[in-house]
Design a binder for this molecule. Structure first.
Ligand code: SAH
Length: 359
């Protein structure tokens, strides 16, 4: 075996790709379905657990550098509001985070798409880590399988109903692996989640949005607007200098939406920065006529950024202004903020430590 042989991660393959692999190893196609069920339905950690697969297939795969990526649950923090934050370790010793948020009969899992993030949104804790690496499709979906295992123990009968790509990272900056993970999560032999229950949240990378528009996968789309004009957005989200608001909105106007679907615009409310009456009026003007809703997220504090959460009165005032000007608004109440699991607070302690050492 040459040392440069490419390692293939079984958990990152689609069913069709698994079938090709199994056939190439001289085994019948139906073995691919069995394999897939072990990996994506039962969420096995190692192929040794896949007991009805012939040992010959397992050893032939292993000899060809076919592996099974497996994340490890390192720690669970539980919030008083029922939110659980999982700290997860990758096989190369990186830490990522994923959050489980119960809400009535829904259970939403917020998953990470990268270790750290390359974008430098000024208000976000993950941004301070910088980008360490992309997660593979297998690592993205494995977060869901680990959560499933956790729920089976802690909350039998509860299952994950919704997935949001709002954890660490910028999903459209890891486009191919994220798309592959969407295929796997929506497959009926996998987690079998409807694309309507999956939301991809992005800073608004225009080339990625254009690629997504052409894809056959249609998750819900959330776009982090976070400012009412370029001047403010340039400051809080420097990516705006590359893809300013007008270009972003034009791209979104051309985005094919399914019937009755709307784009969500996220708006992190920062006291004294983007929460004035004039901001509300400008946002309403920008989004007028757009099939969308505005998701107002009062800033979740963390020690790595100098912002403040607006007062409850200021939050209410902003929402009322936006509503009065015709926007459908939704106020996201912070979940799990007592365990730093709320939006933009994901930057685990070890990695934070690293960043602080570097600076
Ligand atoms: N990179 C993607 C997804 C991750 S962030 C994106 O930017 O959309 C998910 C959401 O949390 C984004 O809307 C982001 O603007 C918001 N966010 C980041 N830091 C936050 C903080 N400290 N408080 C509240 N929301 C925050």
């Amino acid at each position: 075996m040459s040392r440069s042989a490419k390692v293939i991660d079984l958990r990152s393959l689609r069913l069709e790709e698994t079938r090709e692999l199994v056939l190439a190893h001289g085994h019948p196609a139906y073995r691919a379905e069995q394999l897939w069920r072990w990996v994506h339905d039962k969420g096995v950690r190692s192929l040794d657990q896949a007991t009805n697969l012939p040992a010959a297939l397992r050893s032939s795969l292993a000899a060809a550098s076919v592996t099974l990526s497996a994340l490890q649950l390192a720690e669970v923090q539980r919030s008083t509001d029922g939110t659980r934050k999982m700290r997860i370790t990758t096989s190369d010793g990186r830490s990522i985070e994923s959050v489980l948020i119960p809400d009535g009969d829904k259970m939403t899992q917020c998953i990470s798409s990268q270790v750290g993030c390359a974008l430098d949104c000024q208000f976000c804790a993950t941004a301070k880590l910088g980008l360490m690496r992309n997660l593979s499709a297998g690592e993205i979906v494995d977060q869901v399988y680990l959560a499933k295992e956790l729920l089976a123990v802690e909350a039998p009968g509860q299952r994950i109903t919704n997935i949001v790509y709002m954890g660490m990272g910028e999903p459209l900056h890891n486009f191919d692996e994220v798309m592959q993970s969407l295929h796997i999560l929506t497959h009926d032999l996998g987690a079998n989640l409807s694309h309507r229950r999956i939301t991809v949240s992005t800073v608004g990378l225009v080339p990625g949005l254009r690629k997504l528009a052409k894809s056959d996968l249609r998750p819900n789309l959330a776009v982090s607007l976070n400012a009412s004009c370029d001047e403010i957005r340039d400051q809080v989200m420097p990516i705006n200098k590359k893809y300013p608001i007008a270009v972003l909105l034009q791209t979104l106007r051309e985005f094919p939406l399914e019937k009755r679907r709307r784009i969500t615009f996220e708006y992190v409310l920062l006291a004294g920065v983007n929460d004035s009456d004039a901001d509300a009026a400008r946002v309403a003007k920008l989004l007028a006529g757009f099939p969308c809703k505005l998701n107002i997220i009062p800033w979740n504090p963390h020690p790595l950024a100098p912002y403040k959460r607006p007062s409850p009165e200021a939050i209410e005032r902003f929402q009322n202004r936006a509503k009065a000007l015709g926007l459908a608004t939704y106020l996201r109440t912070p979940r799990g903020d007592d365990i730093a699991a709320a939006c933009g607070q994901l930057a685990n302690r070890e990695q934070q430590g690293l960043v602080q050492l570097r600076s």
